[in-house]
Design a protein around this ligand. Structure first.
Ligand SMILES: [Zn+2]
Length: 97
C-alpha cells in the first residue's frame, strides 16, 4: 500500500503537481521522465522535473530543424541564448494560452 500520492486528482489543472506522481508539462501524460537534467542550467532542471522523454525527443528534432533553418553557430553565445529561448517557449510558453 502506498500511503501518500496514490490518489491523484483527475480532471483538474493539467499541470497540477501531486507528490509521487509525474505529469509532463507539454503533453500532460504521466510518461517517463528524462534520465538526467538535459541542460547544465536552471532550465535544464525545469525540463528534468516537468518534461517526459518523448517530448524531449520531439524537441531534439525540432531543435535540429531550428539550428539548420537559422544556420546557428552554437559556439556563439547569442545563438545559444536564442536556442534557450526557443527551448523554453517550446515547453512552457503554451501554458498561458
Ligand atoms: Zn510529454
Amino acid at each position: 500500500m502506498n500511503a501518500e500520492g496514490d490518489v491523484a486528482p483527475q480532471g483538474g489543472q493539467g499541470y497540477l503537481f501531486v507528490m509521487g506522481t509525474f505529469q509532463c508539462v507539454r503533453c500532460g501524460q504521466p510518461g517517463a521522465r528524462i534520465s538526467a537534467p538535459p541542460l547544465p542550467n536552471e532550465l535544464g532542471n525545469r525540463l528534468y522535473d516537468q518534461v517526459c522523454q518523448t517530448c524531449w525527443q520531439d524537441w531534439l528534432r525540432e531543435q535540429t530543424a531550428i539550428i539548420n533553418h537559422y544556420g546557428l553557430n552554437l559556439m556563439d553565445p547569442k545563438a545559444r541564448a536564442f536556442l534557450m529561448e526557443q527551448t523554453e517557449g517550446f515547453f512552457f510558453a503554451s501554458r498561458s494560452e
